[in-house]
Structures are given as C-alpha cells and as structure tokens.
Design a protein around this ligand. Structure first.
Ligand code: GLV
Ligand code: MN
Ligand code: MN
Length: 429
C-alpha cells in the first residue's frame, strides 16, 4: 500500500496512546482489546500534540495555544485579516477508543491546507486549523470542554480547577505537557467553521453513500448520580432488610432504557439514554453493595424531549429513597442543546460534493461535537464519512481510506470556497 502523508499522520496518531503502540493500517489489524487511551494530561497526548504542532509548522501555519490548551494553526489570507475559515476537531479519545474519532477532522483540515500550499491557492480569508482540548470528557469529566470554554460558557479559571480521576487539575495537566498558552482566540474574527468526522452510526455504510452533510447536531446532557445504601454481609443480611445500592441502580438503568425506547417510538425521534459508567462499592461478591456511582448520558435532537427524559430519570432516582431506603445525590455536569448547522455552510459542502459527482445524504448527528458549541457564534457545518458497521467509541472503529480521501476532497473544496465567499443575507448571513 502506498502511503500518502495524511494516511501516515492518521496511522502515527493511531499508535500514540495504544498500549501495544501498534501501527494499524488495515481493518483486519484492529484488536478489540487494544484501543486508544489518549486522554488529556497524559504523556501520549503530549506527544500527539507535539507531533501535530510539528506538522502544522511544516505546512507553514503559525501555531498558537490558548489558556486551556486549544491549539490553532493559521494560514494568512491574501485579502482579509478577519472573518477566518476554521476547521478541525479533537485528538483525545474515549477509554479504549478508536483511531478516527477526532484525529480524522484534525488531519483532514491540515491536509486541506497542505493542498492549498502545494497548489499556491490564494485564500482571501485566513484559514485556522484547530485542535480542541478535551472533547470526550474522558479525563476531566465534561465533554466538549475546550470549545465550551472557547465560546465563553465556562470561565478559564474555573476550568483550570477541574480534576481528572487522579486528582490532577487541568491547569497542572496543561503545564505538565507545556500546553498552557496565552493566546486568546476571538470567535468574532471567525466567519465559518467545518468539522469533518466519522459518522459513528451505520447509515452511510448501510446505504453505501460516501458523504453525509449534517443538518442538526444532537443535544446531550449527563447525570452523575451517587446512590447510598448500606454495606453489609451478603450471607447474613436477610433479603427483606437490605439497602442494596446496586439493585436500586438496576432500576434506574432499566427505567432509562425503557423510557428512551418509548419516547423514540412516540416521537419517531432520536431519543437515547445510556448508563455507561458505574462503580459498585466496595465491590466484592460477599458484600451487599453500599454505594453506587453512575454516569448517565441522555440525548435528543429536540431539547425539550431531552430535558423531559432527564426529569423523569431524576424523579425515579429520588423515588428510590421511599422504595429502597436509598439516598441519592445528583450532579449535572453539562447540558449542550441541539444545534442546527448553517445553511450557508451546508450549501457550500453540497456544491463541493456535486462538483465531485459523489452520492450524498443529509443527516443529523447523534454524537456530540465541538461544532455544536462553535455553532453558537460561527456559521458551522459538518461533513461525515462512513463508519464501517456504524461502530465507534470502540477499538473496532474503522473508516476506509478511500472514503477519507473523498472526504478530504470535499472538505478542501468547501474550505477553498468559503475562504473566498462573501456572506449572503439569503443564507442567513
Ligand atoms: C462525543 O464523542 C460524544 O458524542 O459523546
Ligand atoms: Mn467521540
Ligand atoms: Mn469526536
């Protein structure tokens, strides 16, 4: 197989943070036991960002890092100083994650700029390649973190105090990696943003369509619930006088699953609810579980549905006290509302796809993306490429190289177009 530079970049990034450090070049080499653990604050992440900063500088970009570790690489524009076109994604992974979720959007944006450089393309607007910090929430427990701070929804000083599972603050983690800068990106100087990403669902793969254009990005919210029962001897505590926190947690898991299914059916919508994290304490077969900590993810393309489901789940958790004698504490680390994409950007991507004579599908995103934060301030769009069997947030995540190549072609055309586009009131600006 002959390697082009973007493929080599993705393969190299796919090695950093994988316990085996294996180079994965084909689908057949994937190993379900050997995913990525590339979390913010780790040495692997530092090396990944060092690698990317090197590539960005090689491409002639001027690299700046903001106070929470978002990285920006700028290619100047020939006419405008403001109204930049931004593109990129994130480098952090979920626990045991795949190699495309995030890096694909970063490398594709970089490749688009390298192509412009090779072709001596004259972009009137500046182009910014962006790497958002902490998208997955796997280290600092809040997803879309870097973009959340960038749009001004959390003060930098507050974000610095967030702690990871080892108790390390974000500030210390950034300092440790040399990734705390002083640049202040003003999104008022950015006109358009495109994030290219793997679909992470099965539609494009099933329908054999190479490109998806996103129209709406899901809303999502998390609930951290701690259930306190009574730890006791599993052999001597009678069944009718227990306060088993895990049995109570099981009620919540089943309730969330059942109600999400009912709502998805009722509204023919995208309602989903998942209990994806649970710690059972103290955690031994011969002890009635005294404490359970659970993390619940709730999503819907309609904000009201998402909030209603969350209220129902919270109500069910509160009801555990009467039913099981279980006390609970609740934390809601965030709610990101659903966001529509900008018509101007959607149309520009559609035009690029048409010029390349590719099949395309308009769709919604069930995954959360930094794009939905950026969309609050900047005209934003997303390009999807197929995920084999719709698998993602898994070491088995895969996208065929040919599909990535097509996606880079579409992204490059769209960025070129936007870089010379005068905003039109007909597209809502
Ligand atoms: C982000 O990847 C999310 O959708 O959880
Ligand atoms: Mn993800
Ligand atoms: Mn992602």
């Amino acid at each position: 197989m002959s390697f082009t530079r973007w493929k080599e970049d993705l393969i190299e990034l796919g090695r950093l943070g994988r316990k085996s450090s294996a180079r994965i070049e084909t689908y057949g080499q994937l190993d379900p036991e050997k995913g990525l653990y590339r979390l913010e604050g780790t040495e692997e992440m530092r090396r990944s960002k060092e690698y990317m900063i090197g590539r960005m500088k090689e491409a002639g970009l001027s690299v700046r890092i903001d106070r929470v570790g978002n990285i920006f690489g700028r290619r100047e524009g020939s006419k405008a100083k403001k109204g930049a076109v931004m593109s990129g994604s994130h480098l952090d992974s979920v626990l045991n994650g795949g190699m495309f979720d995030g890096p694909l959007g970063v490398i594709s944006a970089l490749e688009a700029v390298r192509i412009m450089k090779d072709e001596r393309f004259e972009n009137e607007r500046p182009i910014e390649v962006v790497i958002f910090m902490g998208e997955e929430g796997s280290a600092f427990k809040k997803i879309l973190l870097g973009s959340h701070i960038l749009v001004g929804k959390m003060p930098v000083e507050e974000a610095w105090q967030l702690k990871n599972r080892e108790g390390l603050t974000l500030k210390d983690a950034l300092d440790r990696g040399g990734l705390r800068g002083d640049f202040e990106m003003d999104l008022g100087d950015v006109e358009y943003f495109i994030e290219m990403h793997v679909e992470q669902g099965p539609i494009l793969d099933q329908e054999k369509i190479p490109i998806g254009i996103v129209e709406n990005i899901t809303g999502l919210t998390w609930v951290y619930a701690t259930l306190e029962g009574e730890e006791n001897h599993a052999g001597t505590t009678p069944m009718f006088s227990r306060k088993d926190a895990l049995v109570a947690a099981a009620e919540i898991i089943l309730f969330a699953n059942k109600r999400a299914k009912e709502m998805a059916r009722e509204f023919r919508g995208s309602t989903v609810a998942t209990v994806g994290r649970m710690s059972v304490l103290p955690g031994a077969p011969n002890i009635v579980p005294g404490r359970v900590e659970m993390g619940i993810d709730i999503r819907d393309g309609v904000e009201e549905n998402m909030k209603n489901l969350r209220e129902e789940i919270l109500g069910r958790i509160r009801g555990l006290e009467e039913e099981y004698g279980i006390k609970s504490t609740i934390e809601i680390p965030f709610l990101h509302p659903p966001r529509p994409c900008s018509r101007a950007v959607v149309v520009t991507i559609a035009k690029a796809v048409q010029e390349m004579s590719l099949k395309v599908r308009r769709m919604n995103s069930g995954a959360g993306h930094d794009a939905q934060n950026i969309a609050e301030k900047v005209k934003t769009g997303m390009i999807f490429v197929p995920s084999i069997r719709g698998i993602s947030h898994s070491p088995l995540e895969w996208t065929n190289w040919e599909d990535i190549e097509r996606g880079i072609g579409v992204l490059t055309r769209a960025l070129k177009d936007l870089s010379n586009l005068v905003p039109s009131p007909a597209f809502g600006g």
